[in-house]
Design a protein around this ligand. Structure first.
Ligand code: ATP
Ligand code: MG
Length: 663
């Protein structure tokens, strides 16, 4: 194991060690990307269990994505925690944890058959919109659905919606009274149909704990130690659930990076992170600055990106210090059109794979999910296996549904066998009948849909192995139950291949090679952020998240038109200013407002922070817009003020962010 006999702090730096060894009680790690926050909390759990402070089954760790939860469980097993004879540590997303708890407590708090998790939300929002006389185009329904999600995540009930939306000057998809009516009708229809949406999972679970002392008592006996990763993006609803979990106790470790706040449009707020040391004055507070993930070249790019941010959060003034050996300089490429950009990405990926980089260590990251299609085509054409995160839901795939049906049939046909040992072998046999082979199919059969089919089946087989590794007595029935729970919690297994993901879905993850694509003004930053400084800053943080996913290879590209031979109607992102080296070929292309490169800005000096032409003499003297905040240290309170005003300002809600990604 990784411990190598030296305990849970082997291979950690002094600050990480301090966080790991801190006595039970509140601990807060405020640190930038790649500094080892996730690693530190995993080790802290291992330490607390190994030292006998808490039993493995009494720890509840919350991660932001299902994949991160799976990685943490694997890590902990490798560290010897929750191995045979020990209950596993519960590492889940807020939603998955809430779903499990709600199901468990359901007979006592509600009774009757458990409600279903709502599928087809837009349909229900559509019915509600119709009754409220609100617009019912697909676009409006998505906006309405996002607005309802925001309200529920922000703990704003339908009755308070109009007032709350007015107070925060939200950019709402319909008159506020109408949105409130849609929200209210949606809730009524949903509850009448005995369904739960994702936000309900959090709210109902919190309510169960708040309103049923015996339920709370049992829960508090069961879980004694809480750990939350990515704490900068906690919503009020999640925070309420966490408080119910704690029940006034303070055995809580949180880690986060305010510079990676990317869900504030959806109600998340970094103030819980930034205020933590004041809420728990006795907390152990640790800051980390060494970046262990990326080469110094990638770290330098990340520092440039976040160094240009406005309204900077506490801690951001700490520059990341790269610890890894040097690697290649980040690469920049400008293309005539998107198909050319995608083809170039596929070619570069092929070269990396031929050089020995495993496809699973490569990611293509984009701003909106709609961008994935062209990359799917390009990778498919190049015969490169890929998986789309937040794309077609794993459990909805035809091959997965067929395989699960076959497993059910097998369980029904041979209940004795299904109950007996050899769980994994039975699953393998059934999946073998579905076409699972030891190696991926070769040649043309190994590409495109056939490859995806194989990858899906393999992912199911690995899931069975994972289950048996953590619960050795698990049988086919238990596996089917696990699949049902995962399907309902939108918790797909990991599929091998190049990852295609939105920047939102990439949070917390890392790859050897990262392709950041579509770096044009209008895509990153997204068009509707234009003119709203706070929205642009959230876009910049999203870019920072993207840059900091790369360990070694970072390639940033953009295209000047959408279609081959199309009008060159786009320009590179303003965020590239100061990032593309002057001697880079991509820097010589005239670029208009971002001022980057030799040909930019028609000779007018540009702001080194935002790239726009300097507006006045004072700015010219400073070399940046005089209205930008200076680089001097800002106190925590100032940072908080900035964040608060961010939240109070209008924000339009992009509907395409797939919430289920985060569960
Ligand atoms: P993010 O903000 O993106 O979530 P993070 O702070 O959680 O990043 P981790 O994912 O924990 O960072 O760590 C980044 C990488 O650095 C991982 O590959 C991790 O294993 C490695 N790492 C962390 N700490 C150390 C260390 N002390 N020595 C060597 N490698 C480390
Ligand atoms: Mg992390």
């Amino acid at each position: 194991g990784e411990l190598g006999g030296r305990g849970a702090t082997a291979g950690l730096d002094p600050e990480q060690t301090q966080a790991v060894l801190a006595p039970r009680g509140p601990v807060c790690v405020l640190a930038g990307a790649g500094t080892g926050k996730t690693r530190t909390i995993t080790r802290r759990i291992a330490h607390l269990v190994a030292a006998g402070h808490v039993a493995s089954g009494q720890v509840l760790a919350v991660t932001f994505t299902a994949r991160a939860a799976g990685e943490m469980r694997t890590r902990l097993r490798e560290l010897g925690v929750g191995g045979p004879g020990q209950p596993p540590v519960q590492a889940r997303t807020f939603h998955a944890a809430a779903l499990r708890q709600l199901r468990y407590f359901w007979p006592r708090v509600v009774g009757g058959p458990p409600w279903e998790v709502l599928e087809g939300k837009l349909r229900l929002v559509g019915q509600a919109a119709q009754r409220a006389g609100a617009p019912t185009t697909r676009e409006s329904l998505r906006d309405l659905a996002s607005e309802i999600e925001w309200a529920k995540a922000s703990l704003v009930p339908a009755s308070d919606y109009a007032a709350a939306a007015g107070r925060t000057a939200r950019d709402v998809p319909a008159p506020v009274e109408q949105v409130a009516a849609v929200y209210e009708t949606y809730e009524t229809l949903k509850n009448r149909a005995e369904q739960l949406d994702f936000d309900d999972l959090l709210l109902h679970t919190a309510a169960a704990l708040e309103e049923h002392p015996e339920v709370a008592h049992e829960f508090h006996e069961r879980y004694r130690c809480f750990v939350v990763d990515e704490f900068q993006d906690v919503t009020p609803a999640q925070h309420r659930l966490l408080s119910a979990w704690l029940g006034g106790r303070d055995d809580l470790t949180v880690v986060g990076d305010a510079n990676q706040t990317i869900y504030s449009f959806a109600g998340a707020s970094p103030s819980y992170l930034l205020e933590f040391p004041r809420v728990f004055p006795e907390a152990t507070v640790v800051r980390l600055v060494r970046d262990y993930r990326s080469t110094p070249q990638v770290v330098a790019a990340a520092n440039t990106v976040i160094g240009a941010a406005r309204g900077r959060a506490a801690g951001s003034r700490l520059r990341l210090e790269g610890q890894r050996p040097p690697g290649p300089a980040p690469d920049f490429a400008e293309h005539d059109d998107e198909p050319a950009e995608a083809a170039a990405v596929a070619t570069a990926i092929r070269e990396l794979v031929d050089d020995g980089v495993p496809p699973a260590e490569i990611a293509v990251l984009y701003r909106v999910n709609a961008q994935s299609e062209i990359y799917e085509t390009a990778l498919g054409d190049a015969g490169i296996a890929y998986q789309v995160r937040g794309g077609e839901r794993f459990f909805q795939r035809t091959e997965v549904r067929t395989a699960v049906a076959a497993l059910r049939t097998a369980a029904a046909r041979a209940p004795e066998e299904a109950r007996g040992a050899g769980m994994v072998s039975l699953v393998r046999a059934v999946l073998g009948e579905q076409g699972l082979t030891d190696e991926p199919p070769a040649g043309a059969a190994g590409q495109g849909a056939a490859r995806q089919r194989w990858e899906s089946l393999r992912a199911l087989a690995e899931l069975a192995e994972e289950l048996v590794a953590s619960v050795p007595e698990a049988d086919l029935g238990a596996f089917l139950a696990e699949l049902t729970t995962r399907a309902q919690a939108q918790h797909p297994p990991t599929v091998q291949g190049v990852t295609l993901a939105s920047l939102h879905a990439a949070k917390g993850l890392e790859w050897d090679a990262v392709f950041l694509v579509g770096l044009t003004d209008g895509t990153l930053p997204i068009q509707h952020a234009d003119g709203d400084d706070d929205a642009v800053e959230e876009e910049r943080r999203l870019f920072y998240v993207g840059v900091t996913r790369a360990r070694v290879h970072l390639r940033i590209s953009w295209a000047l038109s959408r279609n081959a031979g199309g009008r060159r109607s786009r320009r590179r992102s303003r965020f590239l200013y100061g990032l593309v080296p002057d001697d880079h070929p991509a820097a010589r292309v005239p670029t208009g407002r971002d001022g980057g490169g030799a040909g930019g800005s028609k000779g007018k000096p540009a702001c080194r922070l935002c790239g726009k032409p300097l507006p006045d003499a004072a700015s010219a003297k400073l070399g940046r817009c005089s209205t930008h905040p200076s680089d001097v240290d800002e106190s925590l309170l100032e940072a908080l003020k900035a964040w608060r005003s961010t939240e109070a300002k209008a924000r339009s809600v992009p509907a395409y962010v797939v919430f289920t990604d985060a569960t």
